[in-house]
Every structure is written in C-alpha cells, then in structure tokens.
Design a protein around this ligand. Structure first.
Ligand code: ZN
Length: 63
C-alpha cells in the first residue's frame, strides 16, 4: 500500500518538474537586433533575451 502512495507521489513530482514554465515561453524574433549572423530572440512571457543560430531557444531563461 505504501508502495502505491510513493509511486503516485513520484509521478506527481515528475509531472511538476517535467513541465516548468518553459512551455509558457514565447520567443519573438527581433530582426533589428540581429548581430553577426545570430538571431535575436526575446521571450514575451518572461522577458529573457537570447541570441541563437536561427531557431528560437527551446528553454526558458527566467531571470
Ligand atoms: Zn521565458
């Protein structure tokens, strides 16, 4: 019985950790701030800024 409780608890914890706020991150490109072949991205959700090779970052950089 204690097994089941622990198992359910583990699933809940994993579910919480597996989806932090990174899914809420909405990266917007700003071509006017591109530099040296790097694309400028700004997260509309948390305000994080990042340069990448072209694709939007796949993580949230919450300050
Ligand atoms: Zn973000």
């Amino acid at each position: 019985m204690i097994y089941i409780i622990g198992f359910v608890l583990a699933i809940v914890l994993v579910a919480i950790y597996a989806r932090p706020d990174m899914r809420a991150c909405r990266w917007r490109a700003d071509r006017s701030r591109d530099a040296e072949g790097q694309s400028y991205w700004r997260c509309a959700a948390c305000g994080a800024e990042r340069f990448t090779e072209g694709d939007p970052p796949d993580l949230c950089l919450k300050p």
